[in-house]
Ligand binder design. Sequence first.
Ligand SMILES: Nc1ncnc2c1ncn2[C@@H]1O[C@H](COP(=O)(O)OP(=O)(O)OP(=O)(O)O)[C@@H](O)[C@H]1O
Ligand SMILES: [Mg+2]
Length: 227
Amino acid sequence: MAVISVANPKGGSGKTTLTLVLAAQFASQSASVAVIDADPNAFIAKWHARRVQEGRGSPFEVLASPKESEMVSIVDQMAKKFDFVLIDLEGTASRMTSRAFARSHLVLIPYNLSPIDASLAADAVRLVTEESEALNRSIEYRLVRSRENAAIKTKSARRIGAAIADAELPTLEAGLVERAAYRDMFDFAKTLDELDASTTSGLVQARANARAVAASVFTALTEGQKV
Ligand SMILES: Nc1ncnc2c1ncn2[C@@H]1O[C@H](COP(=O)(O)OP(=O)(O)OP(=O)(O)O)[C@@H](O)[C@H]1O
Ligand SMILES: [Mg+2]
């Protein structure tokens, strides 16, 4: 019912991590969830396949490697079946990105507090704006601070944060902090709830952070009145 695209042309900005964290979090709150994995690395599809192979099942469905020409019909079909459809996109200017945006209730743009990331995040914002103009309707989007240092804010991070605030770009209230637990989700093909404190440090903090980010996404969707 709510379609959320995660996009930024900057490689490694945290799109796949944010998508997996949100999918698992929404599913843990009893929502039905599907992920469309359009990332060429297909890490979420691999996460899912490993669980199925090991007989552990998955808390959400995954559709891997959608064809550009099928994106719209896939999203429409899935939006009828699931409470949340998350699309892990490359985020470069392409028909795939534009079609996913066209069907999205919310576009999330994770970025790291570095000058290159901020500039590429601005490109992603432009893509959303262009698509909005083409469709003649507004598409809600939020920048999402990604791999935030929980303890220290560097001067450059503060400067970029201030520039984004000055530009009045809509930003998700909670950002995804840098945590080993988010990497371990992929290493062990587990959710945060399934990871073990004996192998992963900072789990309690990561779980609280994931809940806060998911709650902020829910608020953003409600602000767009799509939930
Ligand atoms: N919040 C985080 N805490 C710890 N590690 C993170 C976090 N976010 C991302 N990473 C790590 O950073 C790397 C890049 O993250 P990710 O794959 O999510 O980015 P991406 O934007 O999907 O990249 P790509 O553009 O290649 O698809 C990965 O090794 C991931 O484990
Ligand atoms: Mg990715």
